[in-house]
Design a binder for this molecule. Structure first.
Ligand code: FMN
Length: 172
């Protein structure tokens, strides 16, 4: 039986080249909504999402995240921050929100990727007015893919990463 959620998980790939095409407003808003609706520990929702769409700001982001220069060409990007005082749970919650946004976007034909990581994005926080109470976890560029996304996931076999009942009994 078809399962659209699983299909998204199965097919989504990191995409680093985007078409020069706007994302319709309702789809952009749905991406942010997917983050907002994500579950968090004790429902604290310790995240903050900054939706960036101005070309100059996207270029700035591309310059600030060493591992994500292609954000400069994205149609939009979301800067994801979380409350520092929530520590590891905050990091986990915000990561989950990123996954929600990326999968929801993929369902609408929009590609994306995770760029950067907490502890290395202070310059992004400074530039975009993130207060000291928050840690920037990632910058996530979004856009229609420049070319058809063809690719296969390279993943370890299930027997290497999953067990049945006990760690030492591979799931086959
Ligand atoms: C936590 C995390 C951080 C990542 N950081 C970057 C990054 O800074 N720059 C980048 O180009 N890709 C980044 N990626 C994308 C991964 O490299 C990519 O998802 C992985 O190689 C698997 O490729 P696939 O998603 O196409 O299957 C990151 C992914 C995750 C989950």
């Amino acid at each position: 039986m078809a399962n659209e959620v699983f299909e998204s998980v199965r097919t989504i790939l990191a995409v680093r080249e985007y078409a020069d095409r706007e994302i319709p407003e309702d789809i952009v808003r749905r991406i942010v909504e997917a983050g907002r609706l994500t579950a968090s520990g004790s429902n604290v929702q310790p995240w903050h999402f900054i939706l960036v769409r101005e070309r100059a700001a996207l270029r700035k982001l591309g310059g600030l995240v060493r591992t994500g220069p292609y954000t400069a060409t994205a149609a939009a990007a979301v800067i994801v921050a979380y409350e520092k005082e929530k520590g590891e749970i905050g990091l986990s919650d915000a990561s989950r929100a990123i996954q929600s946004m990326m999968l929801s976007a993929w369902g609408d034909g929009i590609a994306s990727n995770w760029t950067g990581f907490a502890g290395r994005l202070e310059a992004v926080g400074k530039e975009f007015g993130v207060p000291d109470t928050h840690e920037v976890l990632a910058v996530v560029p979004f856009g229609y893919p420049k070319q058809r996304v063809i690719g296969r996931k390279k993943r370890k076999p299930v027997s290497e990463v999953a067990s049945a009942e006990r760690f030492d009994t591979p799931l086959t």
